[in-house]
Design a protein around this ligand. Sequence first.
Ligand code: DGJ
Length: 713
Amino acid sequence: MDITYDVSSKCWILQMEASTYCIGLSEDSSSLQHIYWGPRIASEAASEMAHASVPLIVPFESPTGVSREEYAPWGEMRFSEPSLKVEYADGTRTIEWVFEEHGVERSGAGQTLWLRFRDQAYPLRVTLYYRIYDGHDVIERWVRLENSGGGGPVTIEQALSADWQLPRRERYRLTYLYGQHMKEMQVAEVVLGPGKAVLESRRGMTSHQFNPWVALDPEASATEESGEVWSAALAWSGSWKIVVETTPYGEVHCVGGLNDFDFRYQLAEGEQLDLPAFVGLYSNKGFGGISRGWHAYEREHVIPEALDAVRPILYNSWEATMFAVTERSQMELAEKAAKLGAEIFVLDDGWFGARNSQYAGLGDWTVNPQKFPHGLNPLIARVNELGMRFGLWVEPEMVNPDSDLYRAHPDWVYHFRHRSRTEGRHQLVLNLAREDVRDWMFATLNGLLSEHNIEFIKWDMNRSICEPGWPDEVGQNPERVSLDHVRNLYWVIDELRRQHPNVEFESCAGGGGRIDLGVLSRVEQVWTSDNTDAFDRLRIQEGFSYAYVPRVMMCWVTDCPNFSTSRTVSLRYRFHVAMAGSLGVGGDLSHWTPQELEEARGFIETYKRVRPIIQNGLLYRLRSPRVGSVAASQYVAQDGSEVVVFAWGHSQQFGQTPVSLLLHGLEEEAHYADAINGATYSGAYLAHRGLPMNLVGDFDSRIVHLIRTPSAQ
Ligand code: DGJ
């Protein structure tokens, strides 16, 4: 990994593990041009490309307007999606900038290139950052905006984090993740023609509807394990926007960052604003290569302390007891969960205030004395005695109108004057952009963590933000709340983590509504979906794995018939699906038969043996649940010594045996033994003849654990 500046061609070359990125200044230093992003090439070849770049000439257009800019400030003859649009205090609304200086900084395993531009006539400085890491092909890009003073505030109307220019090819296919509550992370694809594809959230949160992650491959040529793919993901948990634009002249670029819809930010004199990172990744090993690239980056550089540690087995009582939690019911569940082998016990919604249903109590974070007459400590002590850590559910950004908090502070929620306060799940959203709300939130949670031995927080958010008004701030730039809400949310979590380093966090938003690189840098795991139907989960988990590492994907085994789909499948199938990520149990254990409890104990024991491979290994998606009647995934330990394969059959037809699974990432000459039945295969056999899975009937499933046998010499 290295970043160099080539003086002769005025270009910067970023050399990564298996890819190269190159950018250069235009002749007059007034724009930063994209030169190359693709497989690793010699730096001389990159600089040759920079020397050879000639501006595109299009009648009726300016050369700058149709050029491949790394970050396009609105102005000149630019008509495609810009990266930055501001208004200066005197009403001027375009930017004309010049390059000022650059530098490269090294820290730990990373190197950061920064390039500073300044407006020629107004007090705005824009610094573009590019950070790369040893052993990776990701480029983190972000931007710092600074009002250098002397000209009044600078109003930011659109400020995206990066513009990724793609190599010129015929047509690109865009792959992205869409969904809804209970149906997150569905994989969609579309071949792009001229025009824009816009993916966004206007909800103040990452959203179930679209996830801020995209992949692009030319002429739909990539497969799961081959072909070139360019991908980008945003580190932001609020309203966001990604625009993939194919210009009429055949240039494709992908620009993303904060959503400019209903947004304005006044940058005061002397103030700086750091925009969230929009991270890019290239692989020529298909969608599997892209996913493994994202997973490795997340484990090593995003998720707190994720490198080799394994995630614990979690029990969550939500589906078992819903709001009817009591000290006794939770202790009984805790005892059963501990016997199964659970390592964290999480008390979900319903433990506080007058929270007996969705209608009341949110905001009143004091223990309900009817349900827990002696507070939470007796339950926590019992959970600890049983050898588990105690976790607690909170939803700090919300308030029910029927709560003491709302009665005391009706002005603390987002609202506009003379307008409705639209409730979602009977709740309103606290205006976390307010400092007093932020301080109250921190003090409340800090109090809970200080008074109890809580070692895990499930942080939920069960509705989108709407009507984001702040009447008292009219005239003071209340249109910045979508940014400040997330900044303050991050601040509260960061500060809690700092003061309580033993506490782990799970991000949840009615299931998977807040999963992104931004929140992942401050939580250990996420709640994937409220949909716990094992068959539906296969597709949710598949989409999830495109962008995010399985170790953070919390998967519970719950009861059948499933509460949301009424489907009944075997306990074994449910476990096998949930074992493909970070395993949890969410069923009502008081109704499980002794045989079921025993069976579950066995699965958990198996999972504990293989979890380092699943959580920290290399994932190969062998068969998609979207195609055919068998889905399968393979995980290979980082050192190649162990392999885990799951196959999940949907329905067997005509008595036909499903084909064997061709495995990846093995040494052909090595031998691998099945840890359960001792059968031994050569790597070549598994790669070319395949592992037989022998699934029979409907909803059958299997796990195979292979261990590389020591070589003969
Ligand atoms: C939504 C979450 O996704 C569920 O797991 C549960 O915590 C409920 N909220 C509680 O209200």
